[in-house]
Write a protein that binds this ligand. Structure first.
Ligand code: ZN
Length: 169
């Protein structure tokens, strides 16, 4: 019975898979394969595998450079759009914060004004108490000052933020 394994089997296999068979192998190996049933089988099988692999790699559609370039352009455009969206989101956040601040200032001013008006009406009914009314008026003025500051922030900061966001494009 002939041996199933041969010490040159791996060499023959490597030669066949690396497309070195039969031209670029050692003449001794070639002579051995011609005489050895195991190694000639290995050469036949490995040759078939190698041929199939080459056939398959021919059929695999390697993307042409135009398509690769086009995909890269699409990706770059998408990334640029995402990058452009970030400052807009920042501007929206700033505008939202300003609006919330403005709303808060309005509410505070309104409630302070309402309270001071009520207090003034109450003190007027009880007899004019100018010392009690004056601090309320100063608080009212301070709240209106905050309101004016908030409005100024919206009026000046928002166009600046929009300009920065648009100008960066
Ligand atoms: Zn052999």
């Amino acid at each position: 019975m002939k041996p199933v394994e041969c010490e040159f089997e791996s060499e023959a296999l490597a030669a066949a898979l690396q497309s070195r068979w039969p031209e670029h192998v050692d003449p001794l190996l070639r002579a051995h394969v011609a005489a050895c049933a195991t190694c000639s089988d290995v050469i036949v099988v490995a040759g078939a595998i190698d041929a199939a692999r080459q056939e398959m790699s021919k059929r695999v559609a390697v993307a042409d450079s135009g398509r690769v370039w086009w995909m890269a352009q699409l990706r770059a455009r998408r990334e640029a759009a995402e990058a452009a969206g970030r400052p807009i989101a920042a501007v929206q956040a700033i505008a939202f914060a300003c609006a919330v601040g403005l709303l808060g200032a309005c509410l505070a001013a309104a409630s302070t004004w309402f309270q001071s008006a009520l207090g003034w009406i109450g003190s007027s009914v009880a007899g004019v108490d100018i010392e009690a009314w004056l601090p309320s008026a100063s608080v009212l003025l301070a709240e209106h000052g905050a309101l004016v500051l908030a409005m100024a922030a919206v009026i000046f900061l928002l166009p600046a933020a929009v300009y920065l966001a648009v100008g960066r494009d």
